[in-house]
Design a protein around this ligand. Structure first.
Ligand SMILES: *Cc1c(COP(=O)(O)O)cnc(C)c1O
Length: 356
């Protein structure tokens, strides 16, 4: 039996989008390929609220994260982490011989703009990474407050991981001054995993030109220059199947209307939070909760693994806590095409299983 996914990626994909993955192939050097890829970039610019270029990558989101920190750090990267995915940037830097420092906070907290200001005022750094929505903790960083500080430093390339929030939460990329904003197909965009997208500012382009060794497949400058020259075709064969599906999913998204979509995500988040407060508790700083995933403190000491097994028998799947938070917390994702009635159905089943 198929289990409906309430995990923070991969998410449940609606059937019409899934079917688009089965579109017959076209040549990746054809006019049709150019039209498809250009159309996707135009629509993504609306979702990202940017006038900058959009890059597509046949990798998951981690691919573009790695490409960004490698291609756009000329001096030293300041990595601000509030959980498992924040720290990933640091590991990427180390493994690519990119000079970087890690600034971590306890799980459940946000990045303090004052700390960012202090760190950047040393003048040692020329790239900053921020996780917008930390999927391991369910905490959403205050981008507006961070933008005020980061934009004081004109040499900084600002990279933001919006893998689990873009298209589920309002993120005005240009207004915030983000240079590279990254997301993956399998989260709030509502597609199968395997494609990543990012915005790439002119400032990021200029920076990458100063970095001599940018790798090959994930050389974001190479991607950028190639799509300018070749009418949005990519240097190597991309996942055209994902692109057919993404193009269609973006049409549906824009038809729903981005504001309606954000409202729907907030409604689902509020429903899960209220339920969590009634029967359990919420993990982390309650002033900065994610709109796409809720982390619930397991105050009743239930077996999360057992609960998930029983939910599985009924055709649902939620997520255990991440890493050390396993069994101490569990996570319910409410993103992409998920509706409030899907969430209500899930919660009714959890209540029934736990006798709440
Ligand atoms: C899922 C996730 C990632 C990793 O993305 P992949 O597409 O699996 O590479 C990075 N950051 C956050 C916040 C995520 O939720």
């Amino acid at each position: 039996m198929h289990k409906k996914l309430f995990i923070p990626g991969p998410v449940e994909v609606s059937e019409d989008v899934l079917l688009k993955m089965a579109t017959p192939m076209i040549g990746h050097r054809s006019k049709d390929a150019s039209t498809l890829q250009r159309g996707i970039s135009d629509k993504l610019r609306i979702v990202f609220q940017t006038k900058e270029e959009i890059l597509l990558s046949t990798t998951s989101g981690s691919g573009l994260m790695e490409g960004a920190i490698r291609c756009c750090t000329a001096k030293r990267a300041a990595v601000f982490s509030i959980g498992a995915f924040g720290k990933r940037w640091y590991e990427m830097a180390l493994n690519n011989n990119v000079a970087a420092d890690l600034f971590e906070v306890d799980f459940g907290k946000t990045t303090d703009p004052k700390l960012v200001d202090e760190v950047l005022s040393t003048g040692k750094y020329d790239l900053v990474t921020i996780t917008h929505n930390e999927t391991s903790t369910g905490i959403m960083n205050p981008l507006e407050d961070l933008a005020k500080v980061i934009n004081k430093y004109p040499d900084i390339i600002w990279c933001v991981d919006t893998v689990s929030s873009m298209a589920g939460t309002d993120i005005p990329v240009d207004k915030l001054g983000i240079d590279i904003c990254i997301t993956s197909s399998q989260k709030a965009l509502g597609l199968p995993p395997g494609l990543a997208v990012c915005s790439f500012s002119k400032k990021a382009v200029e920076r990458a030109k100063q970095v001599p060794f940018r790798g090959y497949y994930l050389d974001l400058l190479h991607l950028y220059e190639f799509i300018q020259k070749k009418d949005y075709q990519y240097p190597s064969t991309p996942s055209l199947s994902h692109m057919f599906a993404l193009d269609f999913a973006l049409d549906k998204m824009l038809q729903e209307g981005m504001d309606n979509r954000y409202k729907r995500h907030i409604q689902m988040a509020e429903y899960v939070r209220n339920w969590a407060k009634k029967y359990f508790d919420i993990f982390g700083d309650e002033n900065h909760l994610s709109n796409t995933v809720t982390t619930i403190k397991n105050t009743r000491g239930i077996s999360v693994a057992d609960l998930n097994k029983k939910l599985g028998e009924r055709g649902f799947q939620i997520s255990n806590g991440y890493g050390n938070l396993k069994e101490k917390t569990f996570r319910i994702a409410h993103m992409a095409e998920c509706s409030l009635s899907d969430i209500k159905e899930l919660i009714e089943n959890i209540n029934d299983i736990l006798g709440l």
